[in-house]
Design a protein around this ligand. Structure first.
Ligand code: PHE
Length: 460
């Protein structure tokens, strides 16, 4: 166990888990999904998913990790025996695949930081066109993604307390400060209130089955659930910590950043007369356009710092994505941390190349012969979403049928003795034993049908 390490304090764990949760998912993906899926209706379903499904799943994952004290594979294997270890492997694979494409998007954000701070990006006229050309400029993106992967590897190879904890302590507060500052600015613009209305006043007729699918997948992705990340981080948590409270703080932090990102983006979208449903390029286009109106110097400083903070947020997430497979090789396979981290990083970077080349430069990767013909990056992202919600579902079955809710309750009472017998305990038990397994099985099946065949196939 000597190479394992643990978080040096309660705050250390919360910051690292919140750092994992807060990332491109909140600032890049949440606003564009809300934009394409009806705004406020999406936000409403998203919040519902967080409270009813995600927080219980998060509590379950942390408890499993702390009780077993091992990586994702080792934990399920130790507590479940038999084939349960494969559930850990499933999560580890999901982590590897997510990191492969996530690192590419992080490379875009890193490039935007450099282009805004030191280049001429803000002088452009058509920011949508610029984005399209930029993500296909393979040379720079290759270098930026590689740089990002190297930074991740350097931090993860330092181990838990030194690398992961220290990095998070600085980055998280900075992100809040700049987000709030920008929101105040965006709310003063013309037509900003139309954006606020779009984002906060739900129109029930806009909520469809797809809204539910996207909101659910986004909630799992944003909270880093369903792939053993919190099992792994939970294994570094000491016994005196209150898991339920930590989970509440982590989800609160993550949800507030996503919420604030929306509150920043939609007033900007409406005040610029832009289209909220423009997909993955939304924040790259809208924000740069907004920064360009701030004047050459202010735009550069504010825009540069904003994209820098997005990169920080992405980095604390890539760290956690790499830690999950790394912990497996260090704990279960007993390999040295540094060699594992560098080997994995190289492998995952190469695995991400098709995603990098899928934005137009290689036509085949841009229009795959599957339903909806998405590009390779979106296809992989869809696949990972399915892995996360099904992984979360299987974890609930694991607690319900194998490890048992009683063991969960005992673990949660450590560091929180007054937990037993409370209404909260009944709620979490009920959610993990019934609500999550049933709802997540049904939704996972429907999402698979929707993504690969189209719902029309089912409903005609
Ligand atoms: N939660 C991260 C984000 O929102 C992404 C992530 C997913 C990280 C799964 C770890 C595990 O950006």
């Amino acid at each position: 166990m000597s190479d394992r390490g643990s978080f040096s304090s309660r705050m250390g764990f919360i910051l690292a888990a919140a750092g994992s949760a807060v990332g491109l998912g909140n600032i890049w993906r949440f606003p564009y999904l809300a934009g394409t899926n009806g705004g406020a209706g999406f936000l409403f379903i998203y919040l519902l998913c967080i409270v009813s499904l995600c927080i219980p799943v998060m509590i379950g994952e942390i408890a499993i990790g702390r009780n077993a004290g091992s990586d994702a594979y080792g934990s399920y294997q130790k507590l479940g025996g038999g084939k349960w270890g494969y559930l850990g492997i499933y999560g580890i694979l999901a982590g590897i695949i997510i990191l492969s494409y996530y690192n590419v998007v992080a490379g875009w954000a890193f490039g935007y930081f450099l282009e805004i701070s030191f280049g001429n990006l803000l002088n452009h006229q058509n920011f949508g066109e610029f984005f399209g050309e930029y993500v296909n400029a393979i040379g720079p993106i290759f270098l930026f993604s590689l740089g990002f992967m190297i930074m991740t590897a350097v931090i993860v190879s330092q181990g838990i307390a030194k690398g992961i904890e220290a990095a998070n302590k600085i980055m998280m507060p900075g992100l809040y400060i700049i987000l709030i500052g920008l929101i105040i600015y965006s709310l003063t613009l013309n037509n900003a209130m139309d954006g606020v209305r779009f984002y906060l006043v739900p129109q029930l007729e806009n909520i469809t089955l797809k809204t539910i699918f996207y909101a659910l997948c986004q909630a799992f992705f944003s909270l880093s659930l369903g792939m053993g990340c919190l099992v792994t981080y939970g294994s570094y948590v000491t016994k005196d910590q209150n898991i339920v409270k930590s989970a509440a703080i982590i989800s609160g932090a993550d949800t507030s950043v996503a919420f604030l990102a929306g509150l920043l983006v939609f007033p900007l979208v409406f005040s610029l007369g832009a289209e909220p449903g423009q997909g993955p390029k939304l924040i790259f286009v809208i924000l740069t356009q907004a920064f360009s109106t701030m004047g050459p110097i202010v735009g550069r400083i504010v825009g540069g710092s904003f994209f820098l903070l997005i990169c920080f947020a992405a980095l604390t997430s890539t760290i956690s994505l790499l830690e999950v497979p790394a912990a497996f090789f260090v704990d279960t396979r007993k390999l040295p941390r540094k060699a594992v981290v560098w080997g994995l990083s190289g492998f995952i970077f190469v695995l991400g190349l098709p995603s990098m080349f899928s934005q137009g430069i290689i036509p085949f990767l841009n229009k795959l012969p599957v339903h909806n013909s998405p590009d390779f990056l979106s296809f992989i992202a869809d696949l990972c979403d399915i892995m996360l919600i099904s992984g979360g579902c299987l974890m609930c079955f694991f607690i319900r049928n194998r490890w048992k809710v009683d063991s969960l309750n005992k673990e949660l009472a450590i560091g929180n003795p007054s937990y037993l017998g409370t209404a909260l305990q009944s709620y979490i038990n009920f959610s993990i034993s019934w609500v999550c397994p049933i709802i997540l099985s049904i939704l996972t099946t429907l999402v698979v049908i929707d993504k690969f065949f189209g719902l029309e196939w089912l409903f005609g």
